[in-house]
Design a protein around this ligand. Structure first.
Ligand code: ATP
Length: 465
C-alpha cells in the first residue's frame, strides 16, 4: 500500500536535482563553469516540452477553424522594436546591493513586501517609491538593507547581424523580445494568403530573448526562452466578447492538459498600460508560490496602430459585408514553454511511502509523459533480452515513446521509471516463453496484469487514452 507525503519544503531543489540527474533539464555550458539564466533540455525534457507544445498547437490551431499557425524569424527589422515600444520602454529597474553586490529587480523587492511598482513608472518615480520603503526591504542574498538607486535597464538583446561596418552597437539588430511582433507584422500577409476573415487568430511557438536582470527560479525566468503565443484579431465592438471566450478557452486548456485546478488562479491587473482594455494572468502555484504562467490580455488596436505609423503601411481591415474599414483590435494569449514545463513537473512530483520505502513518482498526465512505456526483461540473458528487444521495437513502431532497461533488479527499474513518470512498464519473464504473455505494471496504482503479447499494443493504447 502507498501513503502520500505532502509536498516537501525543499520541493524546488528536489525538482531541479531530479531534472539534472534524469536528463530533463541541464544548466547551460556546465563544462565551462556554467552560463547564467540559460538551460538545455535533455533527452526527457525535450520529449516533455514537445508534448506540451503539441498539446498547445492542437488546442489553438488544429482543433480550430479560426486560428492559423506561423513561424516568423527571430530577427526582424529593428524598426519593429521601435514601433512596439521596446527600444524606448522595455526596461526593468535594477539596483545593486551595496553589501554583497547582487543585482536585483526593484519591482520584485517591493513586491516581496506587498508594494506594487507600476510598469509605466519613470526611473525617478521608482526611486521615490523605493526610498519610501527602503527600510523594509532586505537583500534576498545577504539579508542586508543597503542599496544603490534604481536604474532602468533595457531588456532587449542586441546583435550585429548583417552589420559589417563595426559600429553595430549604434545600430543594433535585436533578437526578438517576444514572438507576437512577428505575428502583427504578418497580419496583412496572412489575411491575403488565407482569406481568413475577422475574427481570426494567428498562433506561433518560438524562442524569445530578454536580458533579465535577476534570472532566478530555474526555467521560470531565463534569458533565452520559448513562448507559445496566439494573437486574435477582432472587430472593435467584439473585443471584449471574444476576450471572455479566450479566457474561458485558456482556463479549460490547463484542465485538459491535466493541471490541478486548485493550483491555478486568475490575477487581474489593476494598473493597465494606457492602451489595454483588460488584462488577466493565469497564475500557477509554483514551489515558490502563485506566479504568472500566462498572460491573457485585451490590447485594443495599439499594436496595429503602431505598426501602421512606423511602417507607413495601411493595416486597415475591410469588413466584407458592411464595407466598413477599421484597425482590428487584438486579444492575446501568451505563455512560456519553460514555465509550463515547471508547472507540469510541480503538479506531477509526488513522494510516497510504499512498503516502508520512499517512492518518488512523477504523475504526469499520460499525454505529456516523455516515455509512455518501458520494456523490462526479468533477466538480461539472451533468452529474454532478444524477445524483449523485439517487443520494444514493435511498440516504437506503433509510435509509442519507449525505454528499454535490463540492468539491476526489477524493483529498482520500476522506481527509475516512476521517477521519470513512465505510465506503464511491461515485464518479459520466463513464463513469457511458454505462454506468450507479459505483465503490464501501472505507475500510479502499481497494479500488475498479465496480457497476451499479441494484444499488448492495443492494451497500452487503450490505457493511454
Ligand atoms: P514577468 O512579469 O514574470 O516578467 P512578463 O509579464 O514580462 O512576465 P510577458 O511579457 O507577458 O511576461 O510574456 C508572456 C509569457 O512569456 C509569460 O507569461 C511567461 O510564461 C513567459 N515569459 C516571459 N518572460 C520569461 C522569461 N524570462 N523566462 C521564461 N518565460 C518567460
Amino acid at each position: 500500500m502507498s501513503e502520500k507525503i505532502s509536498a516537501p519544503p525543499d520541493l524546488m531543489e528536489k525538482i531541479v536535482s531530479l531534472c539534472k540527474r534524469r536528463g530533463f533539464i541541464f544548466p547551460s555550458s556546465e563544462i565551462y563553469g556554467g552560463f547564467a539564466a540559460v538551460y538545455d533540455y535533455g533527452p526527457l525534457g525535450v520529449e516533455l516540452a514537445n508534448n506540451i507544445k503539441a498539446a498547445w498547437w492542437k488546442a489553438m490551431v488544429r482543433h480550430r477553424d479560426d486560428i492559423v499557425g506561423l513561424d516568423s524569424a527571430i530577427f526582424t527589422s529593428p524598426r519593429v522594436w521601435e514601433a512596439s515600444g521596446h527600444v524606448g520602454g522595455f526596461s526593468d529597474p535594477l539596483a545593486e546591493c551595496k553589501s554583497c553586490h547582487a543585482r536585483l529587480r526593484v519591482d520584485h523587492l517591493l513586491e516581496d513586501i506587498g508594494v506594487t511598482a507600476d510598469e509605466k513608472m519613470s526611473e525617478d518615480e521608482i526611486n521615490e517609491l523605493f526610498a519610501a520603503h527602503m527600510k523594509d526591504v532586505t537583500c534576498p542574498k545577504c539579508g542586508k538593507s543597503n542599496f544603490s538607486a534604481a536604474k532602468k535597464f533595457n531588456l532587449l538583446v542586441k546583435s550585429n547581424l548583417g552589420n559589417f561596418a563595426g559600429d553595430w552597437e549604434k545600430e543594433p539588430v535585436y533578437l526578438r523580445g517576444e514572438t507576437c511582433q512577428g505575428i502583427y507584422i504578418n497580419f496583412p500577409n496572412v489575411l491575403n494568403a488565407t482569406r481568413k476573415r475577422v475574427p481570426f487568430g494567428i498562433a506561433q511557438i518560438g524562442k524569445a530573448f530578454r536580458n533579465e536582470i535577476t534570472a532566478r527560479q530555474f526555467v521560470f525566468r531565463t534569458r533565452e526562452f520559448e513562448q507559445m503565443e496566439m494573437q486574435y484579431f477582432t472587430a472593435p465592438d467584439q473585443e471584449m466578447v471574444e476576450y471572455e471566450k479566450l479566457r474561458a478557452a485558456r482556463w479549460q486548456y490547463y484542465l485538459d492538459i491535466g493541471l490541478k485546478e486548485e493550483n491555478l488562479k486568475w490575477h487581474k491587473h489593476e494598473n493597465l498600460v494606457f492602451y489595454a482594455k483588460e488584462a488577466y494572468d493565469i497564475e500557477y502555484n509554483f514551489p515558490f508560490g502563485f506566479k504568472e504562467l500566462e498572460g491573457v490580455h485585451a490590447r485594443g488596436n495599439y499594436d496595429l496602430t503602431q505598426h501602421s505609423k512606423f511602417s507607413g503601411q495601411e493595416l486597415l481591415y475591410t469588413d466584407p459585408v458592411s464595407g466598413e474599414k477599421y484597425l482590428p483590435h487584438i486579444i492575446e494569449s501568451s505563455v512560456g514553454v519553460g514555465r509550463t514545463v515547471l508547472a507540469v513537473l510541480t503538479d506531477a512530483y509526488t513522494e510516497e511511502i510504499v512498503d516502508d520505502e520512499p517512492r518518488v513518482v512523477l504523475r504526469f498526465p499520460y499525454k505529456l509523459a516523455p516515455i509512455k512505456v518501458a520494456v523490462l526483461p526479468l533477466s538480461k540473458k539472451e533468452e529474454l533480452s532478444v524477445p524483449a528487444r523485439a517487443l520494444a521495437q514493435k511498440l516504437r513502431e506503433a509510435d509509442l515513446a519507449v525505454d528499454y532497461d535490463e540492468t539491476q533488479s526489477i524493483g529498482k527499474r520500476y522506481r527509475r521509471q516512476d521517477e521519470i513518470g513512465t505510465p506503464f512498464c511491461v515485464t518479459v519473464d520466463f513464463d513469457t516463453l511458454e505462454d506468450n504473455a507479459v505483465t503490464i505494471r501501472d505507475r500510479d496504482s502499481m497494479e500488475q496484469v498479465r496480457v497476451p503479447m499479441a494484444t499488448l499494443i492495443e492494451e497500452i493504447q487503450k490505457r493511454l487514452l
